[in-house]
Design a protein around this ligand. Structure first.
Ligand code: GRF
Length: 215
């Protein structure tokens, strides 16, 4: 059983997808704590509903960003968290937390990295006019969405798409690949060589490429 710590700032639909996989018995993990940096994050309601411990940590109460992340690392370590999940956590993680959990922090980004890192990956894709986008689960390093890629999934982009319509299409796949990446980790199948993530027994999956007729 893998001990997870989840960091979120808002809606928490990815957090919910992970909870659902655990409750369905498809992911051998336990969420030890949800940490939010926003007292109004809807993710808190989800934690309450599923009896998951949660903690609001106010970044403004700390003298520096490093101190804020040191506090987060302490809370995670004190609960024996093994893997940290950034589920819509809207801050760049500082070195201290990364060093405390080397290659043990996962993030989901709503674009096919290295394209469109940073905020509003879906809007960047629509504005650029590309025809395929998607989402990426990666290990977190000190850069902005630059860490080793674990899983990606692709969706078509129509010339008529808006940020909202594309976001909705991508989100469905986020909810599949994030739990899948955690499952691979829980099964001990991931290793990082340089910037390449090796996966034991990797299978190419059609379900991670959405056919336009299926969307
Ligand atoms: C998702 O689009 C994720 O890719 C990005 O932030 C959003 C979080 O959504 N990092 P939710 O809070 O999980 O619903």
């Amino acid at each position: 059983m893998l001990n997870l710590g989840v960091l979120a700032s808002g809606r928490g639909s990815n957090f919910q997808a992970i909870i659902d996989e655990i409750e369905a018995g498809r992911l051998d993990a336990e969420i030890k704590i949800l940490i939010v940096d926003n007292p109004n994050a809807y993710a808190i309601e989800r934690a309450k509903r599923h009896s998951i411990e949660y903690l609001y940590i106010n970044p403004k109460e700390f003298p520096s960003k490093d101190d804020f992340f040191i506090k987060i690392a302490d809370e995670l370590k004190s609960r024996d968290v093994e893997l940290v999940i950034l589920a819509g956590f809207m801050r760049i993680v500082r070195k201290f937390l990364i060093d405390a959990f080397p290659n043990r922090i996962m993030n989901i980004h709503p674009a096919l990295l290295p394209s469109f890192p940073g905020l509003h990956g879906q809007k960047q894709a629509v504005d650029y006019g590309i025809r395929i986008s998607g989402c990426t689960v990666h290990f977190v390093d000190e850069g902005m969405d630059t860490g080793p890629v674990i899983i990606q999934a692709a969706v078509p982009v129509s010339p008529d798409d808006t940020e909202d319509s594309l976001s909705a299409r991508i989100l469905k796949l986020e909810h599949k690949i994030f739990p899948e990446a955690i499952r691979l980790y829980a099964e001990g199948r991931l290793s990082v060589e340089g910037r390449v993530v090796k996966i034991k027994g990797y299978e190419l999956k059609d379900e991670f490429i959405v056919n336009p007729s299926l969307r």
